[in-house]
Ligand binder design. Structure first.
Ligand SMILES: O=C[C@H](O)[C@H](O)[C@H](O)COP(=O)(O)O
Length: 232
């Protein structure tokens, strides 16, 4: 029987939970897949599992509080054992596009502070080349037009096609937990994610991009035939 999208997210979350050990300091991701993991984690915490988590968004923090999952922050706990998070696309070498929910900056800070990152998703997000999903780029509101021009120039220099739009919420710019805007940038194909990330991060008005390279060590993909794992 084909599993629906929610069932696949739960299956991936369940498989990820097997990597969580008593006493761990966890980075806790954002998005609908991460939320299924968080609900399962909440059940285990209720049964006595001892963990402490750093949430990657206000939304995740609220859900963790609701489920009585103990929280900390990176000031108190700057090194984490494991981050478990979703992704919008998973490409070769476990390079990721993240930020569909706008949480990419905190997600990247938390993943970078973790010894390991496990990415969970349904298998449709596994792609041969990144770029079908528009890349979220977090930008500072000040000087926005100049930053957009610099991003366009960067794409041209790298020989990438680019169309982009500012992310909106209720007709106004979407504002991240950090007080920034999100530009959804469609490059079509991103054959060299590291090079693009480096170039975009060199633009002063760019805070961070949703390209995660060298961070995930394991992908847990749920599909109709069960769970498949990919090591970096
Ligand atoms: O900002 C949001 C995050 O990067 C999410 O992990 C990503 O968008 C995947 O979300 P979902 O599991 O809802 O597809």
């Amino acid at each position: 029987m084909a599993l629906d999208a929610k069932a696949l997210k739960i299956a991936a979350g369940q498989a990820a939970l097997e990597h969580v050990e008593d006493g761990m300091k966890l980075g806790i991701g954002t998005g609908s897949t991460a939320e299924e993991f968080i609900r399962l984690l909440g059940v285990r915490v209720g049964e006595g599992l001892k963990v402490v988590g750093v949430p990657t968004s206000e939304r995740t923090a609220a859900l963790c509080r609701q489920l009585s999952i103990p929280l900390t922050d990176l000031d108190e706990t700057p090194r984490l054992d494991l981050t478990i998070d979703g992704a919008d696309e998973i490409g070769p070498e476990l390079a990721l596009i993240k930020g569909g929910g706008g949480a990419l900056l905190r997600e990247k800070i938390v993943a970078s502070a973790s010894r390991r990152m496990i990415v969970i998703a349904d298998e449709s997000k596994h792609v041969a080349t990144l770029g079908r999903f528009p890349l979220p780029v977090e930008v500072v509101p000040f000087g926005l037009r100049a930053t957009l021009l610099a991003i366009e120039k960067t794409a041209e220099r790298l020989g990438l096609s680019l169309t982009h739009e500012m992310r909106l919420a209720d007709g106004k710019p979407f504002v991240t937990d950090g007080g920034h805007f999100i530009l959804d940038a469609s490059f079509g194909r991103i054959p060299e994610p590291r090079a693009l990330a480096q170039a975009l991060n060199g633009i002063p008005g760019v805070v961070e991009t949703g390209l995660f390279t060298g961070l995930a060590s394991l992908a847990i993909l749920a599909g109709g035939d069960g769970i498949r794992t990919i090591d970096a």
